[in-house]
Unconditional design. Sequence first.
Length: 332
Amino acid sequence: MKNITIISDGIPGHVNQSKGVASLLAQSYSLSISEHKMVFRINFLRSLCTIIAKLILKKPSKWSAKIVLSLYKPLDISGCDLIIAAGGKTAPYTAANRLLSNIPVIQLGSPRGMNTLLFSALVTVERYFDDPSNVVATVTPNRYSPESCYQSSLKKGYKEHILFLIGGEGIGYSYKEHEWNALITGIKDMHDATQLPISIVTSRRSDPKVESILRSQLSNIPIDYSAWFHSGDKDFQLDALLGSAKNIFVTEDSAMMISESISSGKPVTTLYPSTINAPFRYGKHIKKYLELDLITRQSIKNFSLKEKTNTIQNVQDHLTQLKNQLIERIQW
């Protein structure tokens, strides 16, 4: 039995990435997984403390590690065989623990001023360092997989449906009113053509007004599995919805929603608006998914259901490759 500690910064998306890595390793090992939230000693100075910690670790040593850990409230990680964490704020903490205890660390996310050699594996979506410790993930780890989504859909007994994951403003994407109207028209046309139920899942990024309009304008078609974030529908099972979906459409503003959709192995289409000012790296990320045939891409103003085979084997191959690279890095 291997004991894994997930260090959380309190951001659900980061914790889900860490759990995704743990789930991969659980395919090959018997694991005991615990989760601990990292807490700064002076919480309102957490951003400054993170900057200071990164600067101190420019010269890594046990002495510098002790100074860094003094910035945080202590956590009991005794008996831990592996630390997994995601997000820039957790990186100095996990690196300092590795320097002091030599416990292997898998850190997820861009380095942001930290060297990959501070970690057993630094998992990123693109290569930052010419070193084996910088592990590039084709599919960003998350808690879903083709098998877990399939099993969850069987338990829930959902009928086949078409799933729309709706975000909103973010990372340089901006949606105009006429584009949301076009989305509604496109959804209605798709239901008329397929006679399949439609499921809508909105998120914290969704504009409450847009959510209200979607809910009102689509009330005359079957949308029973839908989950409306701003109406309090937060305890739904996304894995079951992913597993029972015939096709998945996801607005392109959320890397996590795209990653989760891809991980289901179902055909995924990203929907983009006319106004995009996303960072260059994000554009490269989307382009990589296209080149690997993990997504198709259509305008939110004019989209259709294109027949495409599931990418289950493709996704499983990428996840297996990632798992094997991580096992090699932590030397289990």
